[in-house]
Design a protein around this ligand. Structure first.
Ligand code: SAM
Length: 265
């Protein structure tokens, strides 16, 4: 995949290209990625890329001409690319969006600054707008790195077998289970016994149930209104039965408090 980041601060991405998974992916030519300085497409001695907003008001707006020049040059180089503007007003970036983007041949990521980019740029030259969440950052460079990181690790061969993306949170409908490494005991807390058992089937079931429990407690929205597989449903039903048994065992009117029980008159 070919990735171009259009920014007025290309230096912000330097350590990103030089570190960890992205560096490996670049070295192994699984991706080709670089930042392009929008200023190079600005006119005049000072290469100005921003101007005051028409209609007045605070802040500056990114001028359309340098942006259009930079986007058109990047598109000429990769005509098949999807051009994405990073914007708090875009569709929210999720794992499903990362997966969708990972099938693209090329990606042009346009980073805004100040109050954002001239509206005519987003109307004419942008295919998609992506937000990394409901908050406002000062620029699109951090969101661009978020997108690149999430997309690149889904490309074939970018992650080693040791850190496969298949079991990650959101790859199905669950958060991932917790992880443990040595030592066996840390400040009085032990690793769950089953993980030391060597019984792969038992470990797999424990992980599945731990992932479900974590999702239920932290992000029940991920489970609601989704088709769940039969194994997940069976675990949930077992929990229901266990909870009912605890409530029924209460000495005073325990069973009356179960959902669907007749209210006391
Ligand atoms: N005035 C804009 C608004 O209210 O929607 C916010 C502009 S923001 C200060 C400057 C730039 O940062 C944006 O053009 C965008 O590129 C980037 N940015 C800020 N927050 C973002 C977010 N949550 N997701 C993606 N990009 C964001």
């Amino acid at each position: 995949m070919k990735i171009r980041v259009l920014t007025i601060f290309p230096g912000l991405l330097n350590s990103f290209w030089e570190t960890g998974m992205i560096r490996r992916a670049l070295e192994q030519e699984k991706i080709s990625a670089s930042a392009i300085d929008i200023r190079e497409y600005a006119e005049g001695r000072h290469r100005v890329t921003d101007d005051r907003p028409y209609g007045g008001g605070s802040g500056m707006v990114m001028k359309p001409e340098p942006l259009a020049g930079a986007i058109r040059a990047a598109k000429k180089d990769s005509p098949e690319a999807r051009t994405v503007l990073l914007s708090p007003q875009g569709r929210v970036f999720r794992q499903a969006v990362a997966r969708e983007m990972s099938s693209l041949e090329a990606l042009i990521l346009v980073c805004g600054r100040y109050e954002g980019v001239d509206e005519r740029i987003s109307r004419e030259l942008i295919d998609d707008e992506i937000s990394i969440g409901d908050y406002v950052l000062t620029g699109g460079e951090v969101p661009a790195m978020v997108v690149i990181d999430a997309v690149a690790r889904l490309l074939p061969g970018v992650l080693g077998n040791d850190d496969s993306a298949e079991t990650d949170s959101f790859s199905g409908h669950l958060l991932e289970h917790g992880h443990y490494t040595r030592p066996r005991e840390f400040e009085g807390e032990s690793v769950p016994e089953v993980l030391l058992s060597g019984d792969h089937q038992a470990i797999e079931s424990w992980r599945r149930e731990a992932a479900l429990m974590r999702t239920f407690l932290r992000r029940p929205d991920l489970l609601a209104n989704r088709p769940l597989d039969s194994e997940t449903l069976e675990i949930l039903k077992n929990w229901c039965r266990d909870i009912e048994a605890i409530i029924r065992a209460q000495p005073l009117r325990g069973a009356d408090t179960l959902p669907g029980a007749e209210p006391e008159r």
